[in-house]
Design a protein around this ligand. Structure first.
Ligand code: NDP
Length: 326
C-alpha cells in the first residue's frame, strides 16, 4: 500500500446531524471515525435561524450553534473531523475506496454516508438575498412556519411537499398563497384536494415568481406574473416558502449504490441503515425524502453507527479490542 493511502475503520461523509450523531456513536464504540465535512460544514441546518423542535433545547438554538455543539461532542470522543470534499468512491471491492478533493485516497472498512439533500430554490437574486439574511425565505415549513404565526405567507410548488407544507402553514398562518406554475398540481389527488379545500389557502395557477420583495432586511411581499395573461401583481407576505423539491447529494455513489428514481439511496434492508453494499451504511436525508428533520437524521445516524459496529464485530472477532490495527 502506498504511503499516500490512509486506512480507516469508519469513514463518515457529511457533517449534518446524521453525520455527527454517527460520529458520536462510532467514536464511543472505538471505531476511530474520520468525518469529512463536505462543502457546507454543518449541512442544511446552518441555513436555519432558530431550531425550536430539537428535543433537549428547551429555549431553542440557532442552526449553526447546534452544529458547532454537535461537532464538539463528536470531537470530545475522538472523532477526527476534517475539512474536505469526497469527490469519488469505489465500492466494488471488499475495501471501500474514497478520494478526498480528487487527490487523497482513503481505504475504509466501513463508510457511513450522511451527505444529506439540498433544497432546490428558484435561484432569483432577491430570493437568495433574503435567504442569506434569514429574513423570511425558507425551504422548510415545519422548521420555520412557527415564526409566521398569524401572518400571511406565500409558498411555491405543486408537488406533495408543497401541498403538505401549505397545509401545515395554513394551521399557523392567517393566509397562505400557493403559486403553481402550471394549470394543475403534480401532487397526489388527495394532497391536492386537501389544499383546495382549506379555506385560508389561495391557489394561483399559471403563476410564477418574479421577485421576492423586502425592505432590505425582511420579506414584505412577492411580485408574481400570470404566465398566460402576462399580468404582474404584488402579494403582501412576510414569509416566502419554497417547496419545489430536494436533490439528494448522492451523485458520486451512482453505479455502486441502489438509488431510487430521484436519487435517494435505497435501504437494502428496510428499518436498517444498510445499503446494497456490505459495510456501506446511509443515514439522514440522503435516504429520506419523507421526514427530512434534524431529529430523524440524528436517529438514523445512530442506527448507521450501530449497524457499522455490528458489521465490524461480525467480520472481525478481534474488533472489540479497542486498538486500531493500522
Ligand atoms: P416534486 O418533484 O414532486 O414536485 C416539485 C414541484 O415543484 C412540482 O410541482 C414542480 O412543478 C414545482 N417546481 C419545480 N421547479 C419549479 C420552479 N422553478 N418554479 C415553480 N415551481 C417549480 O417534489 P416534492 O418535494 O413535492 O416531492 C418529492 C417526492 O417525495 C415525491 O415523490 C412525493 O410524492 C414525495 N413526497 C411524499 C409525501 C407524502 O407522501 N407525505 C410528502 C412529500 C413528498 P411542475 O409540476 O410544473 O413540474
Amino acid at each position: 500500500m502506498s504511503d499516500t493511502i490512509e486506512r480507516v475503520k469508519c469513514l463518515i461523509i457529511g457533517s449534518g446531524p446524521a453525520g455527527y450523531t454517527a460520529a458520536i456513536y462510532a467514536s464511543r464504540a472505538n471505531m476511530f471515525p474520520v468525518l469529512y465535512q463536505g462543502e457546507q460544514p454543518g449541512g442544511q441546518l446552518t441555513t436555519t435561524n432558530e431550531v425550536e423542535n430539537f428535543p433537549g433545547y428547551k429555549d431553542g438554538v440557532t442552526g449553526p450553534e447546534m452544529m458547532i455543539e454537535l461537532q464538539q461532542q463528536a470531537e470530545r470522543f475522538g472523532t477526527d473531523v476534517r475539512n474536505g470534499w469526497i469527490t469519488k468512491v469505489d465500492f466494488s471491492g471488499p475495501i471501500h475506496k474514497v478520494w478526498v478533493n480528487g487527490e487523497k485516497e482513503i481505504h475504509c472498512d466501513t463508510v457511513i454516508i450522511s451527505t444529506g439533500a439540498s433544497a432546490k430554490y428558484l435561484g432569483l437574486d432577491s430570493e437568495q438575498k433574503y435567504l442569506k439574511l434569514g429574513g423570511g425565505v425558507s425551504a422548510c415549513a415545519v422548521c420555520d412556519g412557527f415564526f409566521y404565526r398569524n401572518q400571511e405567507v406565500v409558498i411555491v410548488g405543486a408537488g406533495d411537499s408543497a401541498c403538505e407544507e401549505a397545509h401545515y402553514l395554513s394551521k399557523l398562518c392567517k393566509k397562505v398563497t400557493m403559486l403553481v406554475r402550471r394549470d394543475e398540481f403534480r401532487a397526489s389527488k388527495i394532497m391536492a384536494s386537501r389544499v383546495k379545500n382549506t379555506e385560508n389557502i389561495e391557489i394561483l395557477f399559471n403563476t410564477e415568481t418574479e421577485e421576492v420583495m423586502g425592505d432590505g432586511q425582511v420579506v414584505t411581499g412577492v411580485k408574481v406574473k400570470n404566465n398566460l395573461s402576462g399580468a404582474v401583481s404584488d402579494i403582501e407576505a412576510t414569509g416566502f416558502f419554497v417547496a419545489i423539491g430536494h436533490k439528494p447529494n448522492t451523485d458520486i455513489f451512482k453505479g455502486y449504490l441502489d438509488l431510487d428514481e430521484t436519487g435517494y439511496i435505497v435501504n437494502a434492508v428496510p428499518g436498517t441503515s444498510k445499503t446494497n453494499v456490505e459495510g456501506v451504511f446511509v443515514s439522514g436525508d440522503a435516504a429520506d425524502h419523507v421526514y427530512r428533520q434534524a431529529i430523524t437524521a440524528a436517529g438514523t445516524g445512530c442506527m448507521a453507527a450501530l449497524d457499522a459496529e455490528r458489521y465490524l464485530a461480525a467480520k472481525d472477532a478481534s474488533f472489540e479490542v479497542s486498538t486500531p490495527q493500522y
